[in-house]
Design a protein around this ligand. Structure first.
Ligand code: KG4
Ligand code: ZN
Length: 332
């Protein structure tokens, strides 16, 4: 079978990224231009600034991805931009760019769901991984427990009723003065602490989650006692979070009879959570998580998801638009 080269383009939040991926799993290039430095001084992503920054660098990022992969635009078979979910203005930059490229080169266009991209990061890291499996997507905007039935068929078994896990990490970091983006900073500080502080459980009914209670508890504790040991607080937060993530994941495995779980999304870079999930292997469960650099936003994962959409017969046309609240499994 002929090789298929996908050009992936990601601009849903604060990373402008382009990648060339062969046959869905082999990364030839993955250029990531992070705007973290720009948004840092505002304590979070400023949507207007994000869109403008994407516009400024996207052309250069795509050119660099082709150059790093040692291919020309003519060699590309499919062009795959993220079209949701995400910030509408940010998404539009990648979508418009990809549409213009598709129109001028007459190459097929396939819009990709950002969350499906996070899941696909696992296909790049583990060449042998195939559905079905359970995927726990934990990112800055999403907390989903998903039954991956096939490359294009997904069933959401559980989700957060309020904040996403990454959002809770970022909030906790802000409260205790660690700054933005909080996840990696909480991760580091927690290593010096002990999980000895009682916090409310982050579980609601069924396989759903709720992180607002734990976040508020930490906020109140810190305001009542600013001398509280920050490292202990971070370690306790991580322990509490990992416990509920694992509890619901085990229940999802039980309900589906599956023995394979993959993590995805920015928070799956968390060292404590990775470690705790890894322990499930002792129970005969296969545990997968993407390489660290593929956990957070990047275009290689988008290209991988786009490849599986494309070979399963999906293509978009030039009416493709940014859909900020695009649902998983939905293809428009
Ligand atoms: O997947 P992602 O890059 O963007 C979204 O699609 O949301 O996830 C970003 C989130 C942020 O909330 C960030 O704080 C969190 O992932 N994150 C982490 C770690 N690295 C990134 N959270 C905990 N521990 C980490 N090491
Ligand atoms: Zn993401």
């Amino acid at each position: 079978m002929k090789d298929i080269l996908v050009l992936g383009i990601e601009s849903s939040c604060d990373e402008t990224s382009a990648a060339v991926v062969k046959n869905g799993r082999e990364v030839l290039s993955n250029v990531i231009n992070s705007q973290i430095r720009i948004h840092e001084k505002f304590g979070g992503v400023v949507p207007e600034i994000a869109s403008r920054s994407h516009t400024e660098v996207i052309n250069q990022v795509v050119k660099q991805a082709l150059k790093d992969a040692n291919v020309k635009l003519e060699d590309i078979d499919v062009i795959c931009p993220t079209y949701g979910p995400g910030l509408v203005g940010a998404l539009l930059v990648g979508v418009s760019y990809a549409k213009a490229l598709s129109f001028s080169t007459k190459k097929p266009l396939v819009g990709v769901n950002h969350i499906e991209g996070h899941i696909a990061a696992n296909y790049i890291t583990f060449k042998e991984l195939e559905p079905p499996f359970i995927c726990l997507v934990i990112s800055g905007g999403h907390t989903h427990l998903i039954h991956i039935k096939s490359y294009t068929d997904f069933e959401i078994l559980g989700r957060t009723k309020d904040d996403a896990v990454g959002e809770a990490f970022d909030k906790v970091a802000r409260v205790v003065g660690l700054g933005y983006p909080g996840g990696p900073k909480v991760d580091n500080l927690a290593k010096q602490g002990k999980p000895n502080i009682d916090l409310p459980k982050a579980h609601t009914e069924g396989l759903n989650f709720s992180f607002s209670g734990i976040k508020t508890a930490i906020l109140n504790m810190y305001h009542k006692n600013p001398d509280i040991n920050k490292a202990d607080l971070c370690a306790s937060f991580e322990k509490n979070t990992a416990e509920v993530l694992i509890k619901n994941t085990l229940e999802a495995l039980k309900q589906t009879g599956l023995k394979k779980v993959a993590l995805a999304g920015g928070v799956s870079a968390n060292s404590y959570i990775r470690n705790e999930f890894y322990k499930l292997e002792e129970m005969g469960i296969e545990v997968y998580y993407p390489d660290l650099k593929l956990c957070t936003d990047n275009a290689a994962m988008i290209a991988s998801a786009g490849y599986y959409s494309y070979i399963n017969g999906r293509t978009s046309d030039l009416t493709l638009n940014a859909i900020p609240n695009l649902k998983i499994g939905e293809f428009k």
